[in-house]
Design a protein around this ligand. Structure first.
Ligand SMILES: *Cc1c(COP(=O)(O)O)cnc(C)c1O
Length: 211
C-alpha cells in the first residue's frame, strides 16, 4: 500500500467520523525492516515515529537513524528498563513491577501508555479493564513516568463489528480516566480504529508491503 496511501486512508476515516485528521498520528512499525528500507519507505515522506517491538533489534537502528523518533511497542521486561530512555513513547506498559524498574532507571520523565487487554484474550498482553484504576493510581506515584493514554492490540481475524466494539471500549476507558492518547489499529484495521477514536495507529505491513 505504501505510506502515502495509509495517510490518505487515515484522513478519509477521520473525516467519516467527523474528526480532525491532524488528531491521528501514524506510527510506522519498523520491526524486521532495515535502516535503508526505513529511510526509503518512511523517512522519505517525513519525520514519522518508528515503532519497534524488541530492544535488541531497536538499539542499532536508533544508532543508524540518528534524529529519528522511536516508540517502543513490544513486551517490556524489567531488565530492559534502562534502555527505555531512548524512546519518545512506550506503548506497552502493563505491570507495576516493570514501571517501578523504569522509574528507578530513567534519568528523565518518560511518557507511557498502559496496554489493555480489551478483548479479554487469555494469552494476550495487557491488563484487564477492571485492573486499570489500581494500576493507574499506583503509576501516579512514580515521578519519572507520565501516563498519557491507553493502548490495545485487537483480536486477530475478528469481524468488523467486534473490532469496532473493542476500539470503542478503549476510547471509553481513555475518556473515563481522562487520558488523551489511544494507540489502536494495525494494518488490517487501522481505519476502523480511527473511526472509533485512535490518536496513534501502529501500521507495519501496509506501509512496507503490497497489501
Ligand atoms: C507488529 C505490530 C504492529 C504492526 O502490525 P502490522 O500488521 O504489520 O501493521 C502493531 N502493533 C504491535 C504491538 C506490533 O507488534
Amino acid at each position: 500500500m505504501g505510506l502515502p496511501e495509509v495517510l490518505a486512508r487515515i484522513e478519509r476515516a477521520a473525516r467519516r467520523a467527523g474528526r480532525d485528521p491532524s488528531g491521528v498520528r501514524l506510527v510506522a512499525v519498523t520491526k524486521g525492516r532495515s535502516p535503508e528500507e526505513i529511510r526509503e519507505k518512511v523517512l522519505a515522506y517525513g519525520d514519522f515515529p518508528l515503532g519497534e517491538s524488541r530492544v535488541q533489534e531497536a538499539l542499532p537502528k536508533i544508532e543508524a537513524l540518528s534524529g529519528a523518533t522511536f516508540h517502543f511497542i513490544g513486551p517490556l521486561q524489567r531488565n530492559k528498563a534502562k534502555f527505555m530512555g531512548r524512546f519518545a513513547l512506550v506503548h506497552s506498559l502493563e505491570s507495576l513491577r516493570v514501571a517501578e524498574a523504569l522509574n528507578r532507571r530513567l534519568e528523565r520523565v518518560l511518557e507511557v501508555l498502559v496496554e489493555v487487554n480489551v478483548g479479554r484474550e487469555p494469552q494476550k498482553h495487557g491488563v484487564l479493564p477492571e485492573a486499570l484504576p489500581d494500576l493507574l493510581g499506583a503509576l501516579g506515584e512514580l515521578p519519572r513516568l507520565r501516563v498519557v493514554g491507553l493502548m490495545t492490540v485487537a483480536p486477530r481475524r475478528a469481524d468488523p463489528r467486534r473490532l469496532r466494539a473493542v476500539f470503542a471500549e478503549l476510547s471509553r476507558l481513555a475518556d473515563r480516566y481522562n487520558l488523551p492518547e489511544r494507540s489502536m489499529g494495525m494494518s488490517e484495521d487501522f481505519e476502523l480504529a480511527v473511526e472509533e477514536g485512535a490518536t496513534l495507529v501502529r501500521v507495519g505491513r501496509a506501509v512496507f508491503d503490497e497489501l
